[in-house]
Design a protein around this ligand. Structure first.
Ligand code: UN1
Length: 542
């Protein structure tokens, strides 16, 4: 931890039960550590051990957000003019520093949002992969040469940066997702104001410091902490004030629609990665053990708090009983607890108390939908804990795994995302019915099918309306060089990751260069070509 904390954090006096330090956190505006203009702060708490406070962070005011925007505007011209290979080199340095600090960052992420150490490790790795991918993109960022219809004239295309980007991400992927956004943004020459998720300010601070340590000039990425209704909203309001050229948001569909409206009325581009009710179909030809493993991981890994978590598990009636027996045995054996203390847990606490509260509302919705609750008893407490809960339930916000069966298309819980460890199970009569069910929710982010029938797999892949599909795999598991995003209620069609994300952070600039020494008019001064009358009767050949 020493390296990261050396870069400007002060400790504050607190007696955390695990003996870990609390820090005074700061915004980073134009490379400087600043507090909020009115001095108000909020706390970041370990959801597995609520008495462990990671620190106090500025509750940023409108003025703070405006200062960050001013810094991003001031830095833009110089950064956009920096050669792309140099920008790529700095991004490569970020990747190498993340590798150096990986263990510290993994432990910090687990402490701040409660993911297991293994999953935090995967996530920091995804941020590293993103840096390494975009390091070399600095030596490409290709434009094209295009042939002109006129002689002695050249046509070119260039990728240009959009300007100042507002970045807002959720706390469930607090490292990978902001890197998915900001790395291509700065690669293309943009500058950013990053509103950190309110439940992961310390990790966001550490990541932003590492970016500066890698050689990022001041003002290119400016970090402001706060809440969605505060700093996040001020950043969106700045779109109406003409101060933002791009918004990139990962979060709920409801907030995404609001952001889309604000951006739409200002003709400002936005990338929206929103909710999902991701279906996973199990067909009779599937390897059932693999299907059980994929469904179990999809539903309960990360305590079900991924955008790509399994929502509707659609099981063919022929293998329903056999599948359910194996699936329920796994659910009942689930190990839950604080991964920084207990090694082999499948999942830890909810991301924060707020996520725990919202999950309980989701559970009530599923119950009142009329589904059969096969497993799960809400929040884990000292006198309400599953067999394999590890630790002291009262210390944090832990939830039982929940299984709702006999779900049908007319129920609310079939259509609505429940963000947390809960799966809704639907029985399908045949393949067509399963595909219909998989397409029947308002979302279209991820999807999956377990089958060993190649034609079924093909029909699923072509018939499903989703941004991502796993064949004989779970609904999760995006890689840093494949396009990530959804259709329908899951987003506005933009993509993150790989070469595809570059479209979201640059515009195409078409340039023509007239070398003929005179004015030549496109379409009008083009040589006319006369077709020659044919003398042959082709019909004779038929
Ligand atoms: C998200 O849930 O917002 O595929 C991102 C996955 C991860 C990324 C998820 N690699 O689940």
């Amino acid at each position: 931890m020493v390296h990261v904390l050396e870069t400007g954090l002060e400790f504050i006096a607190r007696e955390n039960p695990n003996g870990k330090p609390s820090v005074r956190g700061y915004n980073i505006i134009n490379g400087q550590l600043t507090s909020s203009s009115d001095g108000v702060t909020f706390e970041s708490k370990n959801p597995a051990l609520l008495a462990d406070c990671l620190g106090e962070f500025p509750l940023s005011t409108r003025d703070d957000v405006h200062s960050a925007l001013a810094a991003a505007h001031a830095a833009f011209t110089g950064w956009a003019a920096t050669p792309a290979p140099t920008r790529g080199q700095i991004i490569g340095n970020m990747g190498r520093l993340l590798m150096e600090y990986k263990d510290d960052l993994v432990a910090l992420e687990t402490r701040e949002i409660g993911k297991t150490l293994k999953e935090s490790g995967g996530e920091i790795q995804e941020a590293i992969d993103t840096c390494l991918f975009f390091q070399s993109e600095g030596r490409r960022l290709y434009g094209q040469t295009v042939n002109s219809e006129l002689p002695d004239k050249e046509l070119f295309t260039y990728r240009r940066p959009l300007g100042v980007c507002g970045i807002i991400n959720a706390c469930n992927f607090p490292s990978a997702v902001p890197f998915w956004k900001m790395i291509p943004a700065i690669m293309c020459g943009n500058t950013c104001v990053w509103k950190s998720p309110q439940d992961a300010p310390l990790l966001s601070f550490a990541l932003a410091r590492i970016m500066h340590q890698a050689g990022l000039p001041n003002g290119v990425i400016n970090l402001v902490h706060g809440k969605g209704s505060g700093a996040g909203q001020y950043l969106i309001d700045a779109v109406d004030e003409g101060l933002v050229n791009k918004i990139s948001f990962t979060g709920s569909t409801e907030v995404g629609k609001m952001i889309g409206e604000v951006c739409g009325r200002n003709l400002v581009s936005c990338s929206l990665e929103l909710g999902g009710k991701n279906p996973l179909v199990v067909m009779p030809s599937a390897n059932l053990d693999n299907a059980v493993a994929g469904a179990y991981w999809g539903a309960f890994g990360t305590a079900g708090q991924r955008c790509t978590s399994l929502g509707n598990l659609i099981v063919h009636e022929k293998i329903y009983d056999e599948f359910m027996e194996k699936f329920m045995a796994k659910v009942k054996s689930t190990h839950i607890g604080d991964s920084s203390v207990h090694k082999d847990v499948l999942y830890g606490p909810m991301l924060s108390e707020k996520y725990a509260k919202d999950f309980m509302i989701g559970l009530d919705m599923a119950k009142s939908s009329g589904a059969t609750q096969l497993w799960g008893r809400g929040e884990i407490t000292t006198d309400n804990q599953p067999e394999n809960f590890m630790g002291n339930a009262g210390d944090g916000v832990f939830m039982w795994p929940h299984v709702f069966a006999d779900v049908t298309e007319d129920m609310k819980c079939f259509h609505e995302e429940i963000f947390g460890p809960a799966v809704t199970i639907v029985k399908a009569k045949d393949f067509d019915h399963a595909l219909h069910l998989a397409n029947a929710s308002p979302y279209g982010l991820s999807s999956a099918i377990y089958t060993n029938d190649r034609l079924e797999a093909y029909r699923y892949k072509t018939g499903i309306k989703a941004g991502m599909t796993g064949i004989n795999n779970s609904t999760t598991g995006a890689e840093a060089h494949l396009p990530f995003g959804g259709v329908k209620g899951s987003g506005n069609g933009t993509r993150e990751s790989g070469i595809w994300v570059i479209e979201a952070y640059s515009y195409w600039h078409a340039v023509n260069d007239e070398l003929s020494g005179k004015l030549q008019l496109a379409q009008m001064d083009v040589d006319e070509i006369e077709a020659v009358e044919a003398e042959v009767d082709w019909a004779q050949l038929a």
